[in-house]
Design a protein around this ligand. Structure first.
Ligand SMILES: Cc1ncc(C[n+]2csc(CCOP(=O)(O)OP(=O)(O)O)c2C)c(N)n1
Ligand code: SF4
Length: 341
């Protein structure tokens, strides 16, 4: 991204709020994501006129109306394409894609993959409520196998896509996950994503309290969360549980849960998180840890530097322009030509 700090503390989270009434259902997780985004922008001191939110279609995609920055409510599944095009011609802008699991991974799945593999310098934030919210509760590509919804009354027979795994499969250089109610973690994750140069991908677990309430209760409920989420920290061993009494160890090509301490293994046996690892193998392994078998990681899975498409294309254009004097007449008369009689 392009972060252009102004006078520190000049803009507050409130300055990034628009004058529009926010029209999400009371209790929707989207409110928290909006609030944390405004905090992250304030912390980055992004100039409002240099910041653009681009969305597709869905409840989550109403987001650009609610921020006092530039924005575009695009067409279904095409936010990545619009955002990539904008970044190509305006590299000075900080560009965000706001998308849902349906918008980003179903109709927009193709654009999602190609934006990531090109490493265009934009930030994709995917609100994952595992349901279609706006269209009133149909199954989405992230819904669980067997999930009963209005469109799958006998239970879904589709296996779900896992967004972070899909992003890593497309060679994403920055992949992270957070949770709507985990407010400090979410704001810090969005900030880290914005600071990353290249495509950053953040999955946010978001509660749709109307059509899929409690989808992430295991990760948000006070009693259960310590056993079901694992906070990733670069350079730290993978430990979880209320007092860090459990950990993750490599076993062959997979991972296993072990007890740590007197009744278990020593900390030195645990996997150590390395978000800077050159190969995506560890990030991939972590992205495949799912509840209820494993705690689900939150935080940054991967953050590595890689050349960005927008830089490469501008370099290529500059080199081509410097090397040649375009002669259109010669070009039109080069090679084979035909005369239509
Ligand atoms: C071309 C097209 N196909 C289908 C729709 C209907 N539609 C609108 S939003 C949506 C899914 C939204 O789900 P998601 O992206 O998960 O967002 P949420 O509403 O849950 O935030 C669908 C299928 C549409 N508007 N346009
Ligand atoms: S339908 Fe669900 S996702 Fe949409 S605004 Fe209501 S609670 Fe939020």
């Amino acid at each position: 991204m392009v972060v252009t700090p102004q006078n520190p503390a000049e803009l507050t989270a409130k300055d990034y709020a628009s004058d529009q009434t926010v029209r999400w259902c009371p209790g929707c997780g989207d409110y928290s994501i909006l609030a944390q985004m405004k905090k992250a922008l304030a912390s980055l001191q992004v100039e409002r006129e240099k910041n653009v939110f681009i969305s597709g279609i869905g409840c989550s995609s109403r987001f650009p109306y609610y921020t006092n920055t530039y924005g575009m409510h695009g067409i279904h599944g095409r936010a990545c394409a619009i955002a990539g095009g904008l970044k190509m011609i305006r590299p000075d802008l900080t560009v965000w894609v706001i998308t849902g699991d349906g918008d980003g991974l179903s109709i927009g799945g193709n654009h999602f993959i190609h934006t990531i593999r090109r490493n265009i310098d934009i930030n994709i934030v995917l609100f994952n409520n595992r349901i279609y919210g706006l269209t009133k509760g149909q199954c989405s590509p992230t819904s669980e196998f067997g999930k009963k919804t209005k469109s799958t009354p006998l239970g879904s027979i589709d296996f779900p896509i896992h967004p972070c795994t899909a992003a890593i499969g497309a060679e994403a250089a920055f992949v992270a996950r957070s949770i709507d109610v985990h407010v400090k973690h979410l704001a810090a994750t969005l900030e880290a994503a914005a600071r990353h140069k290249g495509t950053s991908f953040v999955e946010v677990y978001q509660n749709c309290n109307i059509f899929n309430d409690g989808a992430y209760l295991y990760a948000t409920d006070r009693q259960q969360k310590f056993d079901n989420i694992l906070e990733l920290e670069h350079g730290k061993p993978l430990r979880f549980g209320k007092n860090g009494e459990k950990g993750i160890r490599l076993r062959g090509l997979d991972v296993e849960i072990v007890n740590v301490g007197d009744d278990g293994v020593s900390e030195s046996e645990l996997l150590v998180h390395d978000e800077k690892a050159a190969t995506p193998t560890l990030a991939y392994l972590l992205s495949r840890m799912h509840y209820p078998k494993f705690p689900e990681p939150i935080g940054i899975f991967r953050s590595v530097e890689s050349p960005t498409y927008d830089e490469l294309i501008h370099d290529q254009i500059a080199k081509a322009a410097a090397a040649q004097k375009p002669d259109l007449d010669a070009f039109f008369h080069s090679g084979e030509t035909w005369t239509v009689k």
